[in-house]
Write a protein that binds this ligand. Structure first.
Ligand code: NAD
Ligand code: UD1
Length: 314
């Protein structure tokens, strides 16, 4: 019997990564997770314990991935596809420590691409971000507008996209970059002050603690459910669509203020809302144009915010 295709998921123990692993295993892949467990957790992959479809290697992508993959590929055979999600994910942390962001987020991408080039990997899918756009006036944001990232995080995501395109055009490594908007859902870790806003608000609302809104709360975000994001990743991982860059969002946006009151309504608790100064380096508004996602990858992010929030709160 033919072996199942082997995919690597960097950052596979994290929020989006662990859902990606679930999806790939469910669709007939063997998966190797590369993760340094800085924010990811083995518990996120506990549902696959004992499965011969999943291997986990502790590895820091900013130091290269050849050594981490050598033993496992000697046993399992060559890597066919890579989903590169490993990153430091906070815009705020990147403002405080730009060098660290560059080493992990840009350096890590180069190491993944070098491996793909050397080993003839058939597809690399990269987690880029809406942060590459910067402050855009006209919504929704299309992929081909001029890019003006406002944070080292956005710069290193953009630099990674350029590297992907270069490796595709110059070395023939098929690559696709997905610009995720604000992803949310179960397993998003609320414990860091820099965690995603929905995970923080949900955690606080459930325990009756105060929700803090940075700025006036009129800033908008396009919140996309992790299940929809994972469908986009799976579609991009197939053959074709090399050098494609596509937004992954819903095409809808709400203000942070509206988000806070929706979560409080769903929780029905006694939390109050306070305001704190706006964060520096942040964009004001964000809403994806989703034509490419639909037309090139055949994916529509269809989970309604209220349904996704219910699933997250559950
Ligand atoms: P996460 O923190 O849950 O996942 C990141 C994973 O990468 C973790 O498992 C972490 O341990 C691992 N990691 C971090 N540094 C590493 C390193 N040097 N070597 C190996 N592993 C390392 O975050 P997430 O929300 O699941 O983000 C996944 C990807 O999606 C990231 O690239 C992030 O920039 C991107 N993204 C996320 C969002 C969002 O809203 N969550 C939006 C846009 C882009
Ligand atoms: C998020 C992602 C980033 C991604 C980007 C794409 C995280 C931690 N960050 O950045 O990786 O590239 O989307 O669009 O997942 N806020 C509050 N109170 C809080 C927390 C946040 O008011 O307690 C506000 C923030 O000031 C911001 C908004 O909520 O205006 C969203 O913040 P956050 O979830 O941290 O995400 P982004 O900065 O948009």
């Amino acid at each position: 019997m033919a072996l199942l295709p082997l995919a690597v998921v960097t950052g596979g123990a994290g929020f989006i990564g662990s859902h990606t692993v679930d999806k790939l295993i469910a669709t007939g892949h063997r998966v190797v997770v590369l993760d340094n467990f800085s924010t990811g957790k083995r518990a996120n992959l506990a549902q696959h314990a004992g499965s011969d479809r999943l291997s986990i290697v502790e590895c820091d992508v900013s130091h290269g991935i050849f050594a981490g993959l050598a033993a496992i590929t000697a046993k399992l055979g060559p890597v066919e596809r890579i989903v590169h999600l490993a990153a430091q994910v906070s815009v705020v942390s990147s403002m405080a420590n730009p060098g660290c962001d560059m080493q992990i987020n840009y350096g890590g991408t180069l190491h993944v691409l070098e491996y793909a080039r050397a080993m003839g990997v058939k597809k690399v899918v990269f987690a880029s971000s809406a942060a590459v756009y910067g402050d855009v006036v006209k919504m929704p944001v299309a992929e081909d507008i001029p890019l003006q990232p406002m944070s080292p995080y956005g710069i290193n995501k953009l630099a990674s996209e350029l590297a992907l395109d270069c490796y595709a055009s110059q070395y023939g490594v098929p690559t696709t970059a997905l610009r995720f908007f604000n992803v949310y859902g179960p397993r998003q870790d609320p414990t860091s002050p820099y965690s995603g806003v929905i995970s923080i608000f949900a955690d606080r609302a459930r325990s009756g603690r105060t929700l803090t809104i940075f700025g006036d709360g009129k800033q908008t975000r396009d919140f996309v459910y992790v299940g929809d994001v994972v469908r986009a990743i799976a579609a991009a991982l197939g053959d074709g669509n090399s050098r494609l860059i596509a937004n992954v969002g819903t095409g809808q946006a709400i203000t942070v203020k509206e988000l806070a009151s929706t979560i409080l309504d769903l929780c029905g608790g006694s939390s109050t809302i306070e305001h704190a100064p706006a964060r520096s380096g942040e964009i004001l508004d964000s809403r994806a144009r989703v034509d490419r996602l639909r037309d090139q990858l055949g994916v529509v992010a269809e989970t309604k915010l209220v349904d996704g929030l219910r699933a997250t709160l559950a």
